[in-house]
Design a protein around this ligand. Structure first.
Ligand code: 5GP
Length: 204
């Protein structure tokens, strides 16, 4: 039995900022940190696995979860619904392991309202030009879609005051170092380590 509940880390970033790469590396390299697996109505992309990347569900199932209060938050983006399952989060946190939520800004605000102790991290591109260049290099989206994503990025960036930590992804390794520092510093906080310190103190 663990003596504490896990931490919730919320990571948001405009599309193309490098969020997925950094989030993947954090979960691979840091012990006791897992991805939150969201529910979505969008179809799986090539290589995506149900129950690993997302829980892929139909709209009726998603709407039933909303009606039954089974989601901590949900949003509709780019024509699809995405949401964070309440049971999954709660049972996972009870094991003492930390969770990383990779969600957009509206959902992030709702998570913060439901879980004020969640640590909010915002990843920022070094400049508008650099973000545009990264989106084009990625070669995934046509120019019109890139413009939509840049417009959306402007809106998302304006949400930065809702976050506790801002990390600029200019150089991937430095951004990774900053994200890791936020997670490790959170784990060392007194509220979380108090029980351990009490136990050690009793031995004196
Ligand atoms: P994608 O379709 O590229 O996987 O995700 C599109 C956007 O939805 C990304 O910004 C991603 O962070 C966000 N997203 C994924 N899951 C959730 C979720 O459960 N809740 C919210 N609010 N956003 C999500």
């Amino acid at each position: 039995m663990t003596s504490h509940s896990g931490n919730v880390f919320v990571l948001s970033a405009p599309s193309g900022t490098g969020k997925s790469t950094l989030a993947k590396r954090l979960v691979q390299e840091l012990p006791d940190l897992d991805f939150s697996i969201s529910f979505t109505t969008r179809a799986p992309r090539a290589g995506e696995v149900d129950g690993k990347d997302y829980f892929f569900v139909d709209t009726a199932t998603f709407d039933r979860m909303i009606a039954e209060g089974g989601l901590v938050e949900w949003v509709e983006v780019y024509g699809h619904k995405y949401g964070t399952g309440k049971d999954w989060i709660n049972s996972h946190l009870a094991t003492g392991r930390d969770i990383l939520l990779d969600i957009e800004t509206q959902g992030a605000r709702n998570v913060h309202a439901a879980m004020p102790e969640a640590v909010m991290i915002f990843l920022i591109p070094p400049s508008a030009e650099e973000l545009a260049s990264r989106l084009r290099k990625r070669g995934r989206d046509p120019e019109a879609e890139i413009q939509v994503r840049l417009d959306h990025a402007r809106h998302e960036l304006s949400q930065f005051p809702a976050y506790d930590y801002l990390v600029v992804n200019d150089t991937l390794d430095l951004a990774y170092r900053d994200l890791q520092a936020v997670i490790l510093a959170t784990r060392a906080r007194r509220e979380r380590m108090g029980a351990v310190a009490e136990t050690i103190l009793k031995g004196f």
